[in-house]
Design a protein around this ligand. Sequence first.
Ligand code: COA
Length: 392
Amino acid sequence: MASDTAIGIHDLSFATTEFVLPHTALADHNGTEIGKYHIGIGQQSMSVPAADEDIVTMGAAAAAPIIARHGAEGIRTVVFATESSIDQAKAAGVYVHSLLGLPSATRVVELKQACYGATAALQFAIGLVHRNPEHRVLVIASDVSKYELDSPGEATQGAAAVAMLVGADPALVRIEEPSGLFTADVMDFWRPNYRDAALVDGQESITAYLQAAQGTWKDYAEQGGRALDEFSAFCYHQPFTKMAYKAHRHLLNYCGHEVDEARVARDLGRTTAYNAVVGNSYTASVYLALAALLDQADDMTGQAIGFLSYGSGSVAEFFAGTVVPGYREHLRTEANREAIDRRKPVDYAGYRELHQRSFPADGGEYATPSQTGGPFRLAGLNGHKRLYERRR
Ligand code: COA
């Protein structure tokens, strides 16, 4: 019976950008006391895309190692989740499909709901695998988080892509039923089609996130989910890593638990290493938290992980996963650390120039400077068409 099949994350790989801006450089520029960034929001640095990087090049770079390891057989669906889309019609995943040389007998689609999109993609993928356990789904979450220069949001930018192969008998994490769901129409963060940078009401977004955390947990409990004490770690969406702490304390309070800081540190401390140095990767961020958790030294075999995925606007979902025996043999710990360590520091002036870059909208031919050393690059724009290259 397909419904009895264990389904979940079989492989996970991530990519980030060519450049990194340390928060010390931002603090030097705007006169902020560095403790606000390092302690107050829990961020050390942010990934900054080169002129020839975008959600497609990052998404392809994240997914390529998965195809290299498993081949494309059985992958009949690619779901690309993003809230920093490059086209209002064409799915960014179609470019990735081409860059990776995937078979034409594939359906490719883009999903959007702020930072929640990748979780919708994961759940839809699980549904497809339930229908046919021979099938595998490539889920790609890729985002560039961009706020106005000199705005409060500037310190919570970042960029990364996570690719996940979803299938039956997964090697990493089995995803469980039920899910707790929550939707509320709030204007905490949004990006109208004519804008490059998102608009955010920061304090409202924190309040909305906390309400959503409570709402998803309430529904999760009503659906017959696990008790809070059964989880050994929690992967939260981390727009800045301190947000996970705020949300978890709120959840503990809501569930009538004393907020014991040792417990909070145990539940979250292993999930923040990548997001603290990558910055907000929007829809990828909750799965970067998972990568950090699995890559740390403790053996998580058989343990239950709680996932809280939040996307402003807002939609949220709480669900559980169980770590599969033998998972460590399938991790990409070294490659993940290399993706972070290979980034080149950029100074504030260089970051500002990259932030202000955009293609003219006149349909002309524009080549991008060759800056990234990554496997895929955005070579330019011609006749309103984005041109991508595969390096190796
Ligand atoms: N040392 C230690 N902590 C300090 C500090 C210092 N020198 N100075 C300030 N802080 C703390 C503040 O007390 C605050 O902590 P708290 O939230 O626990 O009270 C934290 O740093 C942030 O300070 P705040 O004044 O609230 O910062 P801000 O007005 O710049 O806003 C965000 C912070 C996160 C709201 C803002 O960066 C933003 O809008 N980001 C984008 C939206 C976002 O990420 N939303 C999250 C939900 S999706």
